[in-house]
Design a protein around this ligand. Structure first.
Ligand SMILES: *Cc1c(COP(=O)(O)O)cnc(C)c1O
Length: 393
């Protein structure tokens, strides 16, 4: 593999060189004063990333799926009703986790590429006593972005807790945990957070912690129990050492650097930049004549794109793109898996990355005989980038 290949899949992503470099520093003892300071300030800064000064951040070794499991197993007791708003593969995974913890799971499933409509959600919340509602902010199998603010506002008057799976969103898509009254937002390091795989991250509202404290039954998972991790996070935030399970020290160096970079850019600027990048990819799809999986532009994510292959052209497309130095991802949604491909555009993506990706896609399409105006996609991207928000300095 060429070291100059561009990894444009929906996670893991291209990481900033400074984030990668810091991982090669000597591993500090996890209770050393130097590491306590690094971990403590990283937790403080994560509150700004989630836009949740009142939230309690958790950083635990594991992948995004562990973060999903932590959210569910701490809030849900046997028989509790959990409403899963399902926009694809990761919605279905959330339902499977809730079932494993013997919740009474109700799922509202959107048609592929569409969203579950707010009226359906409201109707269900009116009819049933739902303890926890889960939303995938961006379902990585379809590139559909959920209307999190609107849905969370419906849950609130019913006393329903809202859990947002932000694995493919948090750090890039607009998200305001406190303003939107989301109870748990969870994510992982390797997507929009911009750190190599291995960290599960959560931000938990005081209301969700109260619900956990009010449980009648113990959390049926030893490693995931907030009771193990809450004292540890609180200790590091107070700049005191503590131990439950060894933290992945070098990955936390990387998180520290990535979060510092994000905040230096500013969350508002990041949201605007990723909106621009999303629009640029949409403009390219239109110019080249490819159909997007999200059924209308307003619900297409800024962090990734999902495009159907042109008729009869799927074989050989991804390898042709790779020959041009760009790695894209195959389909994931079981209903359309072989009919589309995915482009990740999260993290420290640059204008150059966007242009190179579209150029490689055009090259592959041309090679495979797809009729279109060569350069139309690149021109559309250049125009969308010129009209949109500034890239990070
Ligand atoms: C990637 C992803 C996950 C799972 O994360 P892992 O780190 O692969 O376990 C969950 N939800 C969404 C929306 C994702 O994109």
């Amino acid at each position: 593999m060429s070291e100059r290949e561009l990894l444009m899949i929906p996670g893991p992503i291209e990481f900033d060189p400074a984030v990668l470099r810091v991982q090669s520093k000597p591993t500090l003892g996890h209770t050393s004063p130097e590491f306590v300071e690094i971990f403590g300030r990283t937790l403080d800064r994560l509150r700004e990333v989630f836009l949740s000064p009142v939230g309690q951040p958790f950083v635990v070794a594991g992948s995004g799926t562990l973060a999903m499991e932590m959210a569910i197993c701490n809030l849900v007791e046997p028989g509790d009703k959990v409403l899963v708003i399902d926009h694809g593969y990761f919605g279905a995974r959330m339902a499977a986790i809730a079932q494993r913890y013997t919740a009474d799971v109700v799922t509202l499933t959107a048609a592929v590429g569409n969203v579950v409509h707010a009226e359906q959600v409201e109707d269900l919340l009116d009819r049933e006593r739902v303890k926890v509602m889960t939303i995938t902010h961006v379902d990585t199998s379809t590139g559909v972005r959920a209307e999190v603010e609107k849905l969370a506002a419906l849950a609130r008057p019913h006393g329903t807790l809202t859990v947002v799976d932000g694995v493919c969103a948090t750090g890039g898509e607009e998200f305001r945990q406190d303003d939107w009254q989301v109870d748990i937002c969870l994510t992982a390091s390797q997507k929009a957070i911009g750190v190599p795989p291995g960290l599960a991250l959560l931000s938990v509202s005081p209301r969700a912690l109260d619900a956990w404290r009010a449980r009648r039954t113990p959390v049926p998972n030893f490693y995931c129990d907030f009771g193990q991790w809450l004292p540890i996070m609180q200790a590091y935030q107070a700049r005191k050492p503590a131990y439950f399970g060894t933290p992945p020290v070098n990955l936390i160096y990387a998180l520290d650097v990535s979060v510092e970079q994000m905040l230096a850019q500013g969350m508002e600027a990041r949201f605007a930049w990723h909106r621009t990048v999303g629009h640029a990819f949409q403009a390219a799809a239109r110019a080249i004549g490819l159909r997007e999986v999200p059924v209308w532009p307003e619900i297409a994510a800024g962090m990734m794109s999902a495009w159907y292959y042109p008729e009869g052209l799927k074989t050989g497309f991804l390898p042709e793109v790779k020959k041009r130095g760009v790695v894209l991802a195959a389909g994931l949604h079981p209903k359309i898996r072989d009919q589309y491909f995915r482009i990740g555009h999260m993290g420290a993506i640059t204008r150059g990355d966007v242009l190179a990706t579209i150029s490689a896609i055009e090259g592959a399409l041309g090679e495979l005989g797809y009729p279109f105006e060569v350069g139309a996609g690149v021109a559309a991207v250049a125009q969308a980038l010129a009209a949109g928000a500034m890239a990070p300095a």
